[in-house]
Design a protein around this ligand. Sequence first.
Ligand code: FMN
Length: 213
Amino acid sequence: MKVFETFRSFEDFMGYVFLQKERKAYSKELKFAFYICRMISIVVGTNRKQSVSGQVAQYYKTILDSKHEGDSQIVDLADLPSDFLDNALYEHNGKNKIFNGVRDKVQSSDKLVFIVPEYNGSFPGVLKAFLDGLKYPEGLRHKKSALVGISSGPQGGVLAMSHLTDIFNYLGMHVLALKPKLAGIEKNFDGRQITNDLYNQMLQEQVEQLIKF
Ligand SMILES: Cc1cc2nc3c(=O)[nH]c(=O)nc-3n(C[C@H](O)[C@H](O)[C@H](O)COP(=O)(O)O)c2cc1C
């Protein structure tokens, strides 16, 4: 699409988009650009089938959709092809169509929410492998993100989110400071809704901050 080829950086492109918006000069490309710019993707940070993280992502989406005017979507790492380690990374980068579909959803979003389950005191290895398959170095650069940690134990993914924040900052992605830690998730989530008032308050607050971020 021509409009995308004219700009050196995403920020240049965004400047153009908002100028055209002020002028109310809506072309077909611009409408598509607005659609992309307003998309918030909620990434389920594990490929475990029927994960609690996936259910929390659904719940998060209901909060987000009640406050955000643009679109949102869930990107579940459970949709990655099970053999992607063999045929989507390194010299195979870009060759696996199913992997690329998941990757494109992430790379074309302006903002991202990561639901991060705590696995062995950190975030799941599959999430790191997925990140290693993104376009480097520009895959996440200049995007904005929010993290939600969940765990069975008392830490609420605090270390997992800290490890991930280091990586995201290294890749040039901004991470919202407010990172809800949903510890003891089995006691505070019934599969559909978070039942802990403080957790709900933190999630609502995070969504509001992410929209303004
Ligand atoms: C491989 C693995 C490692 C885990 N390690 C921890 C851990 O270190 N600390 C903890 O509190 N919970 C740990 N858990 C529990 C998860 O944090 C918990 O089940 C949470 O609900 C998210 O998992 P899910 O999204 O895969 O369902 C682990 C679970 C798995 C599958």
